[in-house]
Structure formats: C-alpha cells, structure tokens
Design a protein around this ligand. Structure first.
Ligand SMILES: [Zn+2]
Length: 724
C-alpha cells in the first residue's frame, strides 16, 4: 500500500521530467492488486484486480466517475487492514506485521497507479478536480498509517530484534526500510508535533497539485500564436505543419501555434530567423507562472518551501535538503554542494567561451546586439554548421519513430538481454496512439507488458518519463506493466514521425527505466524496479542512452524513411565529433536548475521569502552560485520547475550524480566488448533485477567491480581541463 510520504500518487507523480533529464516514477510504493477483495458492484473496474493479462488496466472500462468511489473504498479497506495489524493481540512478527502491510492496500494501489498515470498523460477537468480533492485526503491517509503509534511500536520491536530473526537478506532489508520510512515520516514525534505534521502534509499535497495544474494551464495559455506563415521563416515544413495543426486544434484555423515545452529552451528557437518572434517565445517560456494572473505559482512556491523547512526542523534536520539527502546515496548536503560547486566554474567558463563564438557570428552578420537567451539556440546551430558542417535537421529523416523503436530501442535490448517484443492489439488503450508490446525472455517465458505513449498533447505534462502500472513482486505474484512517455510533436495526418537526435536518445533513456521495471525480480513490492534512491534511479536509464549511438545499433535503425538508405558515415562522424559541442551551455543550464533546487531547500522557514520575493530569491541564488549568466538561463526557473515542487525536491542534482555512475559504466561496457549478451546478463543479474532490495552503491560495485570514478563524467562533458 502507499505508505511513504514520497508515495504514490499525488506527490510522486506530480514531478515533470525532461529529456535527457527525466525520471522514472521514483520510489514506487504502490502495487498491483492480486489479493482478495470484497464482492462489490462490478461496474467499478478498480474494485477487483483487472482480469486482463498481467492485470493490465481496463482502460476501456474506466470512467472519470469511477475514481472517487475507488479511492474512498480503497482507503477504507486499507484503514481496516492497518487497524487489524496494529491492534492485533498476537505478538508482532515479521509476517503478521511487515509482510501483512506489504499485502495490504491493494485496491488503493490499483486506482492510484492508474489515476496518477492518466492525470499526467491524458488529463481533463474532471480528473483535475478529483486530483485536487484527493491530494489532501491521500496525504491524511498516509499519515494515519505512518503516524500510528501502535503500528510503529510493532515495527520497532521487530526492528530491534532483527538480528535474531533469521531473515533472508531482502526481508531483513525490508524491516530496516520500514523502520526508516516510519521514523522519517515522524513516527517518533510527540502528539502535538504529529498533529502539526499532518496539517503540513495535507497542505503540501494541495500545494503540489495546484502547482502542477497551474503550470499545465499556464503553459497551454502561453503557447505562442503566430498570424502569418512568413514569420516562421527558418522552420522546417514539418514544424510549420505541426504549428498549423496545433492552431486548428485550438480553433485558430489559418494561424500557427507554437506550444511551449516544459524547459526554458524551446525547440523552435533553433531555427526561427525572426528575432522578434524568438524573443516572444523565450519570454513566454521564462515568465511562465510568475507574471501574475490566475495561474501564477509564486505564492505556491513560497508556501511550499516554508512548510518543507518547518517539517524538516520538526524531524530534526537543519533544512529540507538535509532531510532528503540523508536518505539518498549522496548522504548529505555537503556532498551535493561539493559536487555542484566543483562543476559550476568550468561549466560557466565553457558556456562563456561558447557565447564568444556565437557573438563572432552575430557581429560578422552585422547584428547589432549581444547574444541573449532567445538567440543562443539559433546561433549555436550556425556555429555547429561552421565547426562540424552539421545541421541537426539533416538527421531527422533517418529517425522515423517506429523504426527507432523496433530496430533501435528493442534491437539493442535484444542484443544485450535476448528479450523479444510482440505487439498486442487485443488490449484496450486510453487513446488510439498508444501501443502495447508483450516482452518475452530469451527462453520464451513471459516477462512484461510495455506501453508506448510518445506523442505530445495539450493535456499531457511536459517532458519524458516512465511509470509502472503494475510493479513486479513474487510475494504478490505480479509481473510488470511499464509505460514510457515522450512529448514528440505529432505530425500532420499522413506524415511520418521524424524524431530529433535528442528525442531518440530520450527514447533509449526512458527505455532504461522500463528495463529496470521489467527485469525487476524481487519478493517485496516495496523494492520493485525503480524503488531505489532518487540519485540512483537515473543511472540505469542514462546507461541505456549509450546504445542510441552504438555503431551496430545505429546502423540497424538509422535509415532514411523514404529511401531506406543508412545514415551516411560522414554524417555519423560529424555527430560523434560534435558530441562535446555546446556542453558548456547544457551543463550550465542544468547546474543552474540543480543549484536553485538546493538553494530553495537549504533554508530555514524564517528565511523563506514571500511570494513577492520569489524571483529575487532566485536571482540571488544563481548569482551566489556563480551561474547567473543571462544568455544561459536555468533549465527550469522556479515557477515552472515541476521536479522540485513534486517528488524531486532537493533531488534535481540526482541526474548528474547518477551520471557519474553512468559514465563509469559506459567505460565498463566498452572495456568488456560492448553490446553482448554476456554484458547484458551481467548488468541484469547484478543490478537491473535487484530493484531496491540491496544497498544501491553495493549493487553498483557488484556490477562494475569497483568504486565510482568521476573522471569519465568530466571527460564526457568537456570539463577536465579546468577541473582538478
Ligand atoms: Zn530518467
């Protein structure tokens, strides 16, 4: 059942993810239904486990009106289960307390998994209402469990004698995990503090929901409307077609609409020649949810960081970041600050050097302006062409979506792990675009179901992410149902979907999360798949990105959509040669966001600004960290930084933290022969199948045979020369 504050639904799934910085659905605590449920009206598809293969959700039967009754009944059943465990006359045992909890709350998990997945990918007004209504109720429900004194006394008694219980390693770890979860949630607080904590949690759940709903609405409202085609000079025909289609879908026939993606940077900026339009797009992006009006998030942020700081203090931590990081592989604020501070100066120095290259071109063209954030992408493409004779647009015809999926993503997984894929058209989906594949092991045994939801929509949050509809557990007898989400603009009818190189890499990245979920082979649902520390969860997915550009894989999928011609070697060489290009920008914009996240969460409640002070706080934090370089704004500004108002608070550093392990592992694969079954099996056995059932860094050592080394990361990002 959902018993962690980071849990299921409301909070964990509120965060938004983007390429190549995305995330899985974080520590999964929800789980699939497989237990007995009371006889109930058959009309509600959540009341009983889905009868479909793998307990695949009955998307064709689920109606918006089903959610609230399922949440209510799920919480009631779960309360009864927890009361029975907490109030039992039997002495507490591992089985009757902790395993019993692992088996509880199945209905609530079923509805939470589906609801919060669809609330992210295919929402509507009715669902947004349900989300706003349920967020504080679910938070209160979790507190009812986590702050239940009798229940904690039983868990503590088991924890205290764990050495004498003759438990296997995974079970022993589960005892420790439960104890830690409860203590971190406030189980040791006095009654008055517990009451205050419950109020804080409920308010934070409401704020988190409001933040994500404001952002979705504001992002849609701020899509840039263009009156005439001549203003779009520079955009590809495909992109113009997509802008025209987007206008039609908004009843703006004859006009063009450029929707905003979730990051500060926007794809159209790379090719639009019209500077005024570029500035309009950039401003719309950067000012999202902070310029007043109905969907302004400044007050939400101010309230949230203050409450987080207050809660951290109650729980005995100096600040929210200290509270969060104590449970991550990083371990402390100092460790994270040290890594970020080490990377910032060389990253900004590289970005300034890149800006100088850009400025030369602007000057040479007679532009009488200094490079700004709105110009960076446009001129950096010119520099790229000049230095590498490479135009990103040249690549897209070689990256047709179905080809990338089947002959790239799936092909690499087959070569490494022997798994095969068969499309299932018999299972219901929530939109016609969604595809479902059954995944088989090399010996033909069933492994998992995999959902592919790659297209952008106005009712889908930005970025890319993975989630589990059904997590694996041998205790519950469940096999995984995992989904991948991207935001690829849908082409006009009849046109092929041609991906950018970045989108291709993102597809491999998200599939790395999917593999982590599908290969999971653990007993307890608490440890399934991606239920690992947040600063570890991005590691397997980042490793999987390496196969996108692996010659044998690339040769297999990068074929011209019309002619079938392979991507020319010369073009490929240019791609490889340009890999470190613009890394000063990429690293600086990432670090800007990561440092902002830490700044917001390394304060006391008294230091939290009011709504009016949010932007000033942001500016001061960037300046203090040495990343206040206007042409390179943070990848997310505070008011549209979904990661940190949802499940990734104080955790955005995790991408680069994971990248240390990733870059190191890429070296391991290269040193051991690359794309081989032996290497795949080794990665699967030692790491991908283990979920959170063992210490994360121990898993890494089991795989790589050594300690993490930061050098490959610095080399990859071109930061070696200025970093000691
Ligand atoms: Zn990710």
């Amino acid at each position: 059942m959902a018993f962690r504050p980071a849990l299921a639904g409301a909070l964990a799934l509120a965060f938004s993810l983007t390429s190549p910085l995305c995330a899985a659905d974080g520590p999964a605590t929800t789980r699939p239904g497989s237990g007995k449920v009371d006889a109930a009206p058959a009309a509600n598809p959540f009341f009983a486990p889905s009868p479909l293969p793998y307990q695949f959700p009955q998307f064709d039967k689920i109606k918006d009106a089903d959610y609230v009754p399922a949440f209510e009944k799920g919480m009631a059943e779960n309360r009864a289960e927890i009361d029975a465990i907490a109030n039992s006359d039997e002495p507490a045992t591992f089985e009757n307390t902790i395993v019993a909890m692992e088996r509880s709350g199945l209905l609530l998990e079923r509805v939470s998994r589906v609801f919060f997945a669809l609330a992210g990918t295919n929402t509507n007004e009715a669902m947004q209402k349900v989300q706003a209504e349920m967020a504080p109720k679910l938070s209160a429900h979790n507190d009812l469990i986590l702050l239940n004194g009798k229940l904690f006394a039983r868990i503590q008694s088991i924890y205290d004698k764990r050495d004498a219980l003759d438990l296997d390693a995974e079970s022993r770890r589960l005892v420790e995990r439960y104890y830690t979860d409860f203590v971190r949630a406030g189980a040791k607080l006095g009654d008055a503090d517990k009451t205050r904590l419950k109020a804080i949690n409920a308010e934070m759940a409401t704020l988190s929901t409001r933040f994500s709903q404001n952002l979705l609405k504001e992002t849609n409202a701020d899509a840039v409307v263009v009156d005439s085609r001549d203003q779009l000079d520079g955009l590809s025909e495909d992109a113009i077609g997509a802008a025209s289609a987007a206008a039609k879908s908004r009843n703006l026939d004859g006009k063009f609409v450029i929707p905003l993606k979730n990051t500060s940077g926007q794809p159209a900026l790379a090719s639009l020649k019209n500077r005024e339009l570029r500035q309009r797009i950039m401003n719309a992006s950067l000012n999202r949810a902070s310029k007043g009006g109905e969907f302004d998030n400044r007050a939400v942020v101010a309230a949230m960081v203050k409450l987080r700081a207050e809660r951290a203090a109650m729980l005995g931590y100096a600040n929210h970041a200290a509270y969060v990081l104590a449970d991550e592989t990083a371990g402390s604020v100092e460790a994270v600050n040290k890594l970020l501070a080490q990377l910032a100066p060389p990253a900004v120095a590289n970005a300034r050097a890149e800006a100088a290259d850009i400025q030369k071109i602007i000057d040479a063209e007679g532009g009488k302006f200094q490079v700004s954030a709105a110009d960076w992408a446009f001129y950096t493409e010119k520099v790229r062409k000049q230095k590498f004779d490479l135009d990103e647009e040249q690549l897209r015809p070689y990256f047709e979506m179905d080809n990338v999926l089947r002959n790239g993503v799936f092909y690499a997984a087959n070569k490494l792990y022997g798994i095969t894929f068969k499309e299932r058209k018999d299972l219901p989906v929530y939109l016609p675009d969604i595809r479902v594949f059954e995944v088989f092991n090399e010996d033909g045994s069933h492994l998992a179901l995999f959902l592919v939801d790659y297209y952008a929509r106005s009712n889908k949050r930005g970025g890319a992410w993975a989630n589990a509809y059904v997590p694996q557990s041998t205790l519950l007898g469940t096999s995984p149902v995992i989904a991948n989400h991207l935001n690829i603009p849908k082409p006009a009818d009849g046109e092929p979907t041609l991906m950018t190189y970045e989108e291709v890499t993102t597809a491999f990245h998200e599939f790395g999360h999917a593999l982590h979920g599908m290969f999971s082979h653990v007993k307890y649902p608490r440890f399934a798949g991606t239920s690992v520390p947040r600063d570890f969860v991005e590691y397997p997915s980042q490793v999987n990105e390496m196969w996108a550009a692996w010659p044998e894989v690339l040769k297999n999928y990068a074929k011209h959509y019309k002619t079938g011609e392979p991507l020319p070697q010369a073009l490929l060489d240019k791609v490889k040669a340009s890999e470190k290009f613009n890394q000063g920008f990429a690293t600086t914009e990432y670090l800007g966001a990561a440092l902002l996240d830490q700044a917001w969460h390394q304060i006391t409640a008294a230091q939290a600004p009011s709504a009016d002070g949010v932007l000033a706080f942001e500016a001061a934090a960037l300046k203090r960290a040495g990343v206040d370089f206007a042409p390179v704004p943070p990848r997310y500004r505070t008011t549209y930084f979904s990661h940190i108002m949802g499940g990734y608070s104080a955790g955005y550093y995790a991408y680069i933290w994971s990248e240390v392990l990733d870059a190191d592992s890429v070296e391991w694969f290269k040193a051991h022969g690359g794309l081989t079954r032996a290497n795949g099996d080794h990665f699967r056995d030692t790491l991908l199948s283990r979920g959170g059932s063992d210490d994360a860094l121990a898993l890494f050592r089991n795989f790589s045979g050594g300690e993490p080394d930061v050098k490959p990361l610095l080399e990859r990002r071109g930061l070696t020369e200025s970093v000691k």
